[in-house]
Design a protein around this ligand. Structure first.
Ligand code: ADP
Ligand code: MG
Length: 297
């Protein structure tokens, strides 16, 4: 296992931040760590990276006990903290050289990282002259300098504009090809765009831990349809992916489909085959964003 978290709890004085959290990540997975503000995402990440200690529980990264050997663990972890603390007055290359010296990384590796994160044209600029998206790349470059096996990115896309978000997501996906990545976000679409797996936390507890494809099965389409006459629900039986049928009023039906494929034409066909007339039809898609809102409310 790349990351193993066993029954971790953490309180800041009387404020409970994590309550008995357990999960593990396989090598090479990209995991979205999703939750509303204050859920405990940053706290969990600071514990995994060995920067703060839990009140109880264990954490292993690449089989290294983080609580017993934080320094050894940090050698295999790359960490982009929330708010990406950078030295704004430093030049990009100078900053990365400074970081590389801390990790005792070879100079040649700095240039590799600069290229990998797409900073080649910006290396001679001061960090404060860069856009927020490029500053985020500097933070990511600093996190991968020592070629870590595990990358922990705390809200890497927060505060970026839509184009920058897409660029950083692509970079995360690229890096995830040969690293285990755990990144936090409060945007469900982000998880859909880059992750293999999602862990949703709220108030310090895990609500959902699923592979993305399992989660996509929770997509639903709800159709409200009114016919000219009343009839028995057996008529609907031939529709595929129909997960529930409700006769809401005499001629009104609410049909729930466990698929987001547009089923309206099938309902029109069904009406025609049975000599029924459709007087009204509305659809509502329950996407992953809705699912996230429902579980975190
Ligand atoms: P997230 O990153 O999901 O927004 P955090 O891990 O930052 O959540 O916070 C989890 C909870 O712990 C919140 O209620 C927050 O107010 C509290 N918290 C975080 N850091 C501290 C701290 N240094 N002192 C006291 N409470 C804190
Ligand atoms: Mg946070």
């Amino acid at each position: 296992m790349s990351i193993t978290v066993n029954s971790v709890s953490k309180s800041y004085k009387s404020q409970k931040a994590l309550n008995n959290i357990s999960f593990s990540a396989d090598k090479g997975q990209i995991i979205g760590f999703l939750g509303p503000n204050g859920a405990g995402k940053s706290t969990m990440m600071k514990i995994i990276t060995g920067y703060i200690k839990p009140n109880s529980g264990e954490v292993f990264v690449d089989e290294i006990d983080v609580l017993k050997n934080p320094i050894a663990a940090q050698k295999v972890i790359g960490y982009l903290p929330e708010h990406n603390p950078l030295y704004a007055e430093m030049y990009v290359r100078e900053y990365l050289q400074f970081q590389a010296a801390i990790y005792k990384v070879a100079k040649s590796q700095i240039e590799d990282c600069i290229e990998k994160v797409g900073l080649s044209l910006e290396v001679n600029k001061k960090i404060h002259q860069l856009s927020k998206g490029y500053q985020q790349r500097v933070g990511i470059a600093a996190a991968i300098l020592h070629n870590p096996k595990v990358l922990i990115l705390d809200e890497p896309t927060t505060g970026l504009d839509p184009n920058q978000i897409i660029e950083i997501r692509a970079l995360i996906q690229e890096l995830g090809k040969n690293k285990t990545v755990l990144f936090s976000t409060h945007i469900m679409q982000e998880v859909e765009a880059v992750c293999d797996r999602v862990i949703i936390i709220k108030k310090g507890e895990i609500l959902v831990d699923k592979k993305l494809e399992e989660l996509q099965d929770s997509k639903q389409q709800i159709i409200e349809v009114t016919f000219n006459i009343s009839f028995d629900e057996v008529i609907f039986q031939k529709l595929s992916n129909l997960s529930s049928i409700k006769n809401t009023l005499d001629n009104n039906w609410q049909l729930t489909f466990s698929s987001d494929e547009d089923v309206r034409s099938k309902i029109f066909d069904l009406a025609q085959e049975n000599n029924l007339k459709i007087l009204g039809l509305t659809t509502q898609n329950k996407d992953l964003e809705t699912f996230f809102r429902e579980v975190t409310i």
